[in-house]
Design a protein around this ligand. Structure first.
Ligand code: FES
Ligand code: FES
Length: 159
């Protein structure tokens, strides 16, 4: 039997009916078409599915959508302001912080959570912030450089 789910995703309200065991990542990707959030390990190990739920970074492969009922979700699609990428996205581009791109949305969301909590992290704290996100292309140095550039104020946020 399906259950009602209300979610605000990237500022937009949604109401849908889902099976109780539906995961948050499935709602985002399969029901709402927000395929920027990736599905890698499905076991909370790779970080590819990271989104923000009520201001906290969560692994959307490990959250039942109904656990997020009434909540606010931010996905990678919600980072840009209109057509303008946000600072982290611009820095990832400029610093070549991805190769295949599979880990990128999760990395961006973990970095977003880190900077929300601590706008001036040290290099060690940046490493810790993305610690749970695996990049198979081993682009960690570029990712850390990109986040550092944002921390140093090299980018202005779009208004
Ligand atoms: S797909 Fe969720 S942590 Fe890997
Ligand atoms: S850029 Fe390929 S997994 Fe990170």
């Amino acid at each position: 039997m399906k259950k009602g789910l209300r979610l605000t995703v990237n500022g937009q309200p949604y109401e849908l009916y889902i099976k109780p065991k539906t995961l948050l990542v499935e709602v985002l990707r399969d029901h709402l078409g927000l395929t920027g959030t990736k599905r890698g390990c499905d076991s909370s190990s790779c970080g590819a599915c990271t989104v923000m739920l009520n201001g906290m970074a969560v692994r959307s492969c490990s959250v039942l959508a109904l656990q997020a009922n009434g909540g606010e979700v931010l996905t990678v699609e919600g980072l840009a302001k209109g057509n303008e990428l946000n600072s982290l996205q611009k820095a990832f581009l400029d610093y070549g912080a991805f190769q295949c791109g599979f880990c990128t949305s999760g990395m961006l969301m973990s970095a977003t959570a880190l900077l929300n909590e601590n706008p001036k992290p040290t290099k060690e704290q940046i490493k810790e912030g993305i610690d749970g996100n695996i990049c198979r292309c081993t682009g960690y140095n570029s990712i850390i450089r990109a986040v550092t550039a944002v921390v140093k104020g090299e980018y202005k946020e779009a208004k």
